[in-house]
Design a protein around this ligand. Structure first.
Ligand SMILES: [Zn+2]
Length: 97
């Protein structure tokens, strides 16, 4: 399992390049966030997820329900990164399927 470490600063996250680290950016609509994350496999690729605090956002774009924790985040459903990593983010840890 890979720990998901929150970065307050997106630039710092990109500089440190720690697999599974993430940055949350609040969107204008209340309760919606973009989660920028570095692929847990360690390849260094960055992904972005639309997440809702306590709910799965509607609309056409893929989205995830987030438990609202910035230190031990959980997302549902599972995350599929660019077709090569698939797993779950649960209580602050990425776990490969
Ligand atoms: Zn990867």
């Amino acid at each position: 399992m890979v720990r998901a470490i929150q970065f307050i600063d997106l630039t710092d996250m990109r500089r440190m390049r720690i697999a599974g680290s993430f940055h949350l950016r609040a969107r204008e609509q209340a309760g919606l966030f973009e989660m920028h994350y570095l692929c847990p496999c360690g390849c260094g690729h960055e992904g972005r997820l639309l997440i809702g605090n306590g709910h799965k956002p509607g609309g056409k774009r893929a989205s995830w329900k987030w438990n609202g924790s910035k230190t031990e985040p959980t997302l549902l459903p599972s995350v599929h990164h660019q077709g090569h990593w698939h797993g779950w983010l649960t209580d602050g840890y990425w776990e490969t399927v």
